[in-house]
Design a protein around this ligand. Structure first.
Ligand SMILES: *[C@@H]1O[C@H](CO)[C@@H](O)[C@H](O)[C@H]1NC(C)=O
Ligand SMILES: *[C@@H]1O[C@H](CO)[C@@H](O)[C@H](O)[C@H]1NC(C)=O
Ligand SMILES: [Ca+2]
Length: 361
């Protein structure tokens, strides 16, 4: 049997699945809880069953991983299996490693739970470069995107531990506004269609679908990443505080991913390094009931990965960045305009006063 009920799994692993709830501190908390509750009901609306799929999962004792033919997973580059983890890279310079599933995944709705660990000798921001989780057409390729090829086809979720762009700006004595500045390590999702390049120097900013910061380095407790793809909705959550609570990272509808792609994990080090460890990859099949309408909407087969309204998504992000500046300049110029008019007014008035006085005396 390949399928094990997920609830059973959680009981086994002592890791209850629950969203973050907070004490009643304020009205906002209350609103938050109502909102969360609504979302849960929305989920219940479409009854769901979840099964662990062993053929797409990687867990201890990693039996046969890396050996020819006998395992569902293949190693590449500097990746190494030990009793406790699959180490994608050691804490040494210029390494890259990967582990790739051999079997294409034809599930429509799925959920990937990544148990990972990033740790090393380097001080904060003197470590790199991060790891990536993949669902792509290609597999076992080497390249510049966290050890995988550029112009990949499919989904990449990156845990980027080094702020390349921010460091570069810092050297030029520039910086983003607090609202657009990222704090690293940063988790980011990207969908590639075979001709979209990942901009490493800008930490993928031009092609990001969304992301969040995640202080995942050198922690004593376990750290998890959760990627859910259901009814073309991509959700990424993280559990990194040791509280067994998932925190939302990104949630995007209209993400079109073809079936039959491969799961993988890769990592890379450069001048700076870290141990990048995968402890487990657990892939759950989600059985989702769809309405007739949803069935029809999703009938046409997806052949090239894409994201609906990606331009709007990007536009929204840049506009958000611009609006602060726009408001600032509008206010500034309005004030300058007012001052200018007042000065003109005063000059004209004093001139007029002068001529009037001259006329009187
Ligand atoms: C991939 O996406 C880019 C940017 O969205 C687009 O210009 C290009 O036509 C797409 N390529 C394919 C093969 O769909
Ligand atoms: C990736 O795609 C871009 C634009 O389509 C192209 O300019 C670049 O050479 C490609 N890079 C690789 C490594 O194929
Ligand atoms: Ca980076």
């Amino acid at each position: 049997m390949a399928a094990v009920s997920r609830n059973q799994q959680y009981r086994e692993s002592k890791m209850p699945f629950r969203r973050k709830t907070m004490p009643f501190k304020s009205l906002w908390t209350f609103a938050f809880i109502i909102f969360t509750a609504c979302r849960c009901f929305a989920d219940d609306d479409h009854e769901m069953e979840e099964f662990l799929k062993r053929e797409y999962s990687l867990s201890k004792p990693y039996q046969g991983v890396g050996s020819l033919g006998s395992s569902h997973w293949e190693l590449m580059g500097d990746a190494m299996v030990t009793t406790d983890q699959v180490r994608l890279t050691p804490d040494k310079q210029s390494r890259q490693g990967a582990v790739w599933s051999r079997i294409p995944c034809h599930l429509k709705d799925w959920e990937m739970q990544v148990h990972f660990k990033i740790h090393g000798q380097g001080k904060k921001n003197l470590n790199g470069d991060g790891l990536a989780i993949w669902y792509t057409k290609e597999r076992l390729q080497k390249g510049p995107v966290f050890g995988n090829m550029d112009n990949f086809t499919g989904l990449g979720v990156f845990v980027d531990t080094y702020p390349n762009e921010e460091k570069q700006l810092e050297a030029q004595k520039k910086r983003y506004t607090p609202r657009t500045q990222r704090i690293f390590p940063f988790v980011l999702a990207m969908v590639g269609n075979g001709s979209i390049s990942y901009d490493h120097e800008r930490d993928g900013r031009p092609t990001e679908l969304g992301g969040c910061n995640a202080m995942v380095r050198n922690l004593k407790h376990d750290t998890f990443l959760f990627i859910r793809y259901i009814r073309r909705r991509l959700t990424v959550m993280i559990d990194i505080d040791g509280q067994h609570e998932w925190r939302d990272c990104l949630d995007i509808p209209g993400v079109r991913l073809p079936q039959g792609y491969y799961f993988g994990a890769t990592a890379v080090t450069g001048d700076l390094s870290d141990n990048h460890d995968i402890i487990s990859l657990k892939l759950y099949q989600l059985t989702v009931l769809r309405s007739q309408k949803e069935e029809e909407e999703e009938e046409e087969e997806i052949t090239i990965p894409s994201v609906d309204n990606i331009e709007l998504l990007r536009l929204g992000q840049t506009e958000e960045g611009m609006s602060g500046i726009a408001i600032f300049f509008t206010v500034l110029f309005s004030m300058l305009g007012c001052i200018f008019l007042i000065v003109i007014g005063l000059v004209v008035y004093s001139n007029w006063n002068e001529t009037r006085r001259k006329r009187f005396y």
